[in-house]
Design a protein around this ligand. Structure first.
Ligand code: ADP
Length: 366
């Protein structure tokens, strides 16, 4: 299977919406694909090696088997969920399982119509085209994708003004895999053209522990099951963060001249890196503390919260909020964000009485 990366930098956008720090679920420059491997070397290569996401794997297993049986390309697939949960990895695995090539790009790299037409024309029958951050496609590019996805046809406009003509070129049957952190931001014509729409879930402790043990083996690092669990519990349900924390703990162990990572050493190291027991860093705590101090616990609008914390609103929404919602520290209501009782308790504060009447939190990412 060939992997081709496209886009201006030759790879997908790196750390686009956030500071590249320890708990950012986006890929950082150091982890980006390069000749030495890094994140690329840690990716599982088969569906069997891909830990967790069992119901998603079951659905994809059926889709692969059916497509192979019919000797056709798989249906177009939309994967959504927070960064670092394994969307790109899955696309590469699907290509591997189907025995086809996978071209990887990201919407911000598809600025001009010729960026997408170039990619489409270069596809071989059955190939997978992976577009990350697909909710950020511009209108022209998106409109070129409609006939390509539906009828495997590329409509190119030749000439300008009244004399402009549309020429249609046939395309091979291919599979588009779109990935997004914000499924609600996709236009419905685009969303409707995906045969399968699947959400990736945050990983539980057992799954993260397994991922860390597997990565430690690849990195030739000795770690106990409890050591892996200690790192897992601070990894925000996200494999990319789990792998990153493992590498930092490995550095710490090396400097402390320890040959094996145990639970105590892992906890000690992560305290030094200021990753708390729930995997929150100072920005998470700042968001919660600001909501409590300056907005009496909320509700507060996203923009107001961004202004008060000095953080970018998209970063709060796409990077910090999903996990705070997931662990029930934040709730999203039509009137804005609210800090929950659990958030007060985590910060060592007493929640006000009125919290009893607040609505239940919701965790929808859309
Ligand atoms: P996304 O595309 O959702 O941002 P990636 O597919 O790039 O996430 O995954 C980030 C890293 O996390 C990968 O390099 C891989 O090593 C690891 N990873 C993700 N999902 C899994 C999994 N299910 N099992 C093992 N490792 C995983």
């Amino acid at each position: 299977m060939a992997i081709k990366r496209t886009g201006k930098s030759g790879e997908k956008n790196v750390g686009d919406t956030a500071r590249p720090d320890l708990l950012t679920p986006q890929i950082t420059a150091a982890e980006a694909p390069n000749p030495e491997g890094n994140e690329e070397g840690l990716r599982p290569k088969t569906l069997q090696d891909y830990i967790g996401q069992s119901s998603l794997k079951a659905v994809l297993g059926i889709a692969i088997a059916a497509a192979k049986n019919r000797q056709e390309a798989m249906d177009h697939l939309l994967l959504y969920g927070p960064p670092g949960l394994g969307k790109t990895t899955l696309a590469l695995i699907l290509a591997q399982e189907m025995g086809v090539s996978c071209k990887i790009t990201a919407a911000p790299a598809l600025e001009r119509p010729r960026d997408i037409t170039g990619l489409l024309i270069g596809l071989q029958p059955g190939d997978i085209l992976f577009i990350d951050e697909i909710h950020r496609l511009n209108r022209l590019t998106e409109e070129l994708l409609y006939p390509a996805m539906e009828d495997y046809r590329l409509d190119i406009t030749m000439g300008k003004g009244n004399s402009a003509k549309i020429r249609s070129l046939p395309l091979p049957r291919f599979t588009l895999i779109g990935a997004t952190t914000k499924v609600g931001a996709l236009t419905s014509p685009l969303r409707d053209r995906f045969g399968l729409i699947q959400r990736l879930q945050f990983y539980d402790l057992d799954e993260l522990q397994q991922i860390i043990l597997r990565t430690a083996q690849l990195l030739k690092t000795a770690i106990t099951p409890n050591g892996a669990r200690a790192i897992a519990s601070r990894s925000r349900g996200t494999p990319r963060i789990a792998n990153r924390l493992l590498k930092r703990v490995r550095d710490y162990a090396q400097v402390k001249q320890q040959t094996e990572i145990g639970a105590e050493l892992a906890a000690e190291a992560l305290d030094v890196y200021q990753v708390d027991q729930q995997g929150l860093d100072w920005t998470d705590r700042l968001v919660l503390q600001t909501l409590i101090d300056q907005f009496q616990g909320g509700p507060a609008g996203l923009e107001a919260l961004a202004a008060a914390t000095g953080e970018d609103s998209r970063t709060i929404e796409e990077v910090y909020e999903p996990y705070l919602l997931q662990i029930g520290y934040l709730s999203r209501t039509p009137r804005g964000r609210i800090a929950t009782r659990a958030a007060y308790e985590h910060l060592g504060l007493v929640a006000p009485q009125r919290m009893e009447q607040l609505p239940l939190f919701e965790t929808d990412l859309g």
